[in-house]
Design a protein around this ligand. Structure first.
Ligand code: GRF
Length: 199
């Protein structure tokens, strides 16, 4: 069984959706470890309630490299095949990325390369785009940047607020992340420059 390592900093709804898909037999994987850099992340509480291996590795006041080394060591110890960032609010050091080449995934609530960084849904609404969505991509050293595995679109409606748009995107995120994990675990793709294409 493929082993997933989940990294989160907050709410953890994407993590819970992945865990639910696994429980429902829709995703053939197991969650080997859930790591939070924030001691009070609701997501880590949820992981505990599910009886998963839940670990807090605080990042506050620590050098990125030292913190990352500790996270990488925990992931290696848990023998993870894939690392899934699920609302993990930290940029990874080059050493971290190189420890899991094309084995780290992230989800972002916009159609990258549009609206990287914080408040992507607000950025989209304010820009006036008519379509937005979510992106699951491989992680590199740059923010919201690596090769794209999958994107899903949602319409932006005239009456939308940041909250209503975010909720519409989040629903898609919860499906897209498991689908992207399935694709990567299948191994039936090649990464050709920035393009992730079927073998
Ligand atoms: C999601 O919108 C995700 O795309 C972004 O951060 C948010 C995390 O939400 N990277 P949650 O913690 O998974 O509920």
């Amino acid at each position: 069984m493929h082993r997933l390592g989940i990294l989160l900093s907050g709410r953890g709804s994407n993590f819970e959706a992945i865990a639910d898909h696994i429980q429902a037999g829709k995703l053939a994987a197991e969650i080997a470890i859930v790591i939070s850099n924030k001691p009070d992340a609701p997501g880590i509480e949820a992981a505990r309630r599910r009886g998963l291996n839940a670990v807090i590795i605080p990042s506050k006041l620590r050098e990125r490299e030292a913190h990352d080394n500790e996270v990488v060591a925990a992931l290696k110890k848990a023998k993870v095949d894939l690392v899934c960032l699920a609302g993990y609010m930290r940029l990874l050091s080059a050493k971290f990325v190189q420890a899991f080449p094309h084995r780290i995934l992230n989800i972002h609530p916009s159609l990258l390369p549009a609206f990287p960084g914080l408040d992507a849904q607000k950025q989209a609404l304010e820009y006036g785009v008519k379509v937005t969505g979510c992106t699951v991509h491989f992680v590199d050293e740059h923010l919201d940047h690596g090769p794209i595995i999958l994107q899903t679109t949602v319409p932006v409606l005239d009456g939308d607020s940041v909250e209503s748009l975010s909720a519409r995107i989040l629903k898609e995120e919860h499906l897209a992340y498991s689908e992207a994990i399935r694709r990567v675990l299948s191994g039936e793709y090649v990464v050709d420059g920035r393009r992730v294409i079927k073998k």
